[in-house]
Design a protein around this ligand. Structure first.
Ligand code: A3P
Ligand code: MG
Length: 423
């Protein structure tokens, strides 16, 4: 099996950084390409200067980087109280409707059978960190038999994060509405990346209309219509929709020189072919408004499919089943998209997004993080921020404002070292 997702094995290794001055009066100097083919843009003036990363797609329009076939190294489940279990008890099984025109009512139960997760509670990386502590043996050098004590407390993984954070990075070169903030801490050689909600995102979340809330509910309700709790079982649309419950896979992969372990929620499994191993057996479920006009189709291609592609491409989920709904919230048609063929659907759109640009940008962003964050300190946070139309910038924080690695995690990782020394 091809271990790489791209058609080209070439890795350009080019990276683009700018040195950006905090002051507004800045100049920009393009430096010649270095031996490693990196090209920097140096913005400088008399004030402190800082590196910045440009996001314009043109910078990243080159051959596809290496993206290794993601491997599932574990999974976990969250129950109705958001309690973590180190198993697949929340995995659901996909039951494809026989009718192409299923008439699912996505509004049914919104008022009386909906338990909504409290999105004021920021869980940060806590579930992933818990999973890591329960699965140290999956990071081989942590068991450390033949390793020096200095190496035995390391995960030997460059980045730990949520898949959703990486999806946002991948789509940044084409995003023109929503900015983001990512907190990064380097601890025992691993970069932990955890999102911080922007003021604007919080405002939007707190001011959602009833109609928007109902649409969000509809996305989960669709999952209920298509999923059974057990293999061979039937969906139960009369049940409660509880968005606290989740099944998450944990995958390991590599983007050029960056090793990554990330977790993402998986909607369901296609159990019809026993030869399909995770993540190839996983299915993503989506809803979208029915498309009537060429303009709507163009927007669907340009703005929606990029997010769907990035979300499923990252963990190697091969298929997306979509329910198209009418304005009354009824699913009127179903369509299946193959993740690896989505770019064929969009490539004829003028100025459309390109998978290679998304991945090259992500590669350069991860290189940028490594270049900027050099102090290995669990209390230190470098906050990377991006707003549409701007470069990516950062601020460094040594107070606890943005710190996100909990004491129980840090202490456990340090004890690991002590245990080894005592042996
Ligand atoms: P749709 O994607 O069908 O709209 P996911 O598709 O990622 O598995 O997420 C399931 C549902 O959660 C979505 O269904 C949507 O209703 C809701 N959802 C996902 N991301 C969201 C976000 N950023 N804000 C609000 N709701 C979101
Ligand atoms: Mg989904």
């Amino acid at each position: 099996m091809n271990r790489h997702f791209n058609t080209s094995r070439e890795s350009s290794g080019r990276e683009v950084f700018k040195r950006k001055a905090d002051d507004t009066q800045e100049s920009e100097i393009k430096l010649p390409k270095t031996e490693t083919d990196e090209h920097y843009i140096l913005r400088t003036n008399n004030a402190d200067s800082k590196l910045a990363l440009p996001v314009q797609p043109d910078y990243y329009d080159k051959s596809f980087p290496d993206y290794r076939q993601p491997v599932e190294i574990g999974c976990f489940s969250l129950d109705s109280n958001r309690q973590l279990f180190n198993d697949a008890r929340q995995l659901k099984y996909c039951v494809k409707p026989t009718s192409k025109n299923p008439n699912f009512n996505l509004r049914d139960g919104y008022k009386d059978r909906y338990i909504k997760r409290n999105d004021n509670i920021k869980e940060k990386l806590d579930h992933i960190l818990k999973w890591i502590l329960l699965n140290k043996h999956k990071f081989p050098t942590l068991s450390g038999d033949d390793k020096s004590p200095a190496l035995s407390n390391q995960l030997h993984t460059d980045f730990i994060t949520w898949r959703g954070h990486l999806t946002k990075i991948l789509t940044t070169p084409y995003e023109n509405r929503e900015g983001w903030m990512l907190a990064v801490t380097l601890f025992h050689g691993t970069y932990y990346m955890s999102e911080v909600e922007t003021e604007e995102a919080r405002r939007q979340r707190e001011q959602r209309t009833e109609m928007q809330e109902e649409l969000i509910y509809g996305g989960y309700k669709f999952e209920q219509y298509l999923c059974a709790d057990k293999p061979g079982g039937n969906p139960n649309p009369a049940g409660v929709v509880n968005t606290n419950e989740a099944f998450c896979c944990v995958v390991r992969t590599r983007l050029n020189g960056h090793s990554l372990v990330f977790s993402g929620e998986v909607d369901c499994k296609d159990n019809s072919d026993p030869r399909l191993k995770a993540p190839q057996c996983y299915v993503e479920l989506k809803t979208s408004r029915e498309i009537y006009t060429p303009n709507q189709e163009r927007n669907f291609h340009r703005f929606k499919l990029i997010k769907w592609w990035a979300q499923s491409f990252l963990p190697g989920v091969p298929r997306i089943i979509t329910g198209f709904r009418d304005d009354n919230g009824m699913v009127v048609s179903l369509q299946s998209f193959e993740t690896m063929k989505i770019h064929h659907l969009v490539k004829n759109e003028r100025n459309c997004w390109k998978p290679a640009v998304c991945l090259n940008f992500c590669n350069d962003f991860l290189s940028f993080v490594k270049k900027v964050v050099t102090h290995d300190d669990h209390r230190m946070v470098t906050l990377f921020s991006w707003e549409p139309g701007k470069d990516i910038s950062y601020t460094v924080h040594t107070d606890r404002t943005y710190a996100f690695l909990p004491d129980w995690y840090v202490e456990n990782m340090i004890i690991q070292k002590g245990e080894h020394n005592a042996e």
